[in-house]
Design a protein around this ligand. Structure first.
Ligand SMILES: [Zn+2]
Length: 137
């Protein structure tokens, strides 16, 4: 089972971005050395939609290069669900083309209490992964 360790400030930055970009889906990349997340990269949702997202390809290319150059790995792609639960949609499952990279979803269904959950999606199957929130050193 995949596990992610997410420092509390990164979790909060992800939720803050979801609130700022509401009602559009926010998206981005978490990088680190498995399982520990060390960096968050905010990405632009070029779809500008509240129902799906696509990361801007130019940004994605630049970030993937930067992650590699710093000797880290891409651990997760995150996005927000402005109005639906923190569960992968049919489209999230269909478009998950990066096995081994977790799918993290922040739900703002209850805007006062955002919820983040992580999933391992491969071959059309979804398994929830453990997300441990840690206090960063
Ligand atoms: Zn989604």
């Amino acid at each position: 089972m995949l596990t992610l360790e997410i420092p509390r400030d990164i979790l909060e930055a992800m939720m803050e971005q979801a609130r700022i970009e509401f009602p559009i889906e926010a998206c981005g990349i978490l990088a680190g050395a498995g399982p520990r997340v060390q960096r968050l990269y905010r990405m632009t949702n070029v779809d500008q939609s509240g129902g799906h997202f696509m990361m801007a390809p130019v940004e994605q290319f630049r970030v993937v290069k930067e992650i590699r150059a710093s000797g880290l790995q891409m651990l997760a792609i995150y996005h927000s669900h402005p109005a639906t639960p923190a569960r992968p949609s049919t489209e999230d499952i269909r478009l998950a083309l990066t096995p081994g990279v977790a799918c993290v979803i922040v739900s703002l269904q209850n805007r006062d209490r955002p919820v983040a959950r992580g999933f391992d999606i491969r071959d059309g199957r979804t398994a929830e992964i453990e997300m441990r929130i840690v206090n960063a050193p």
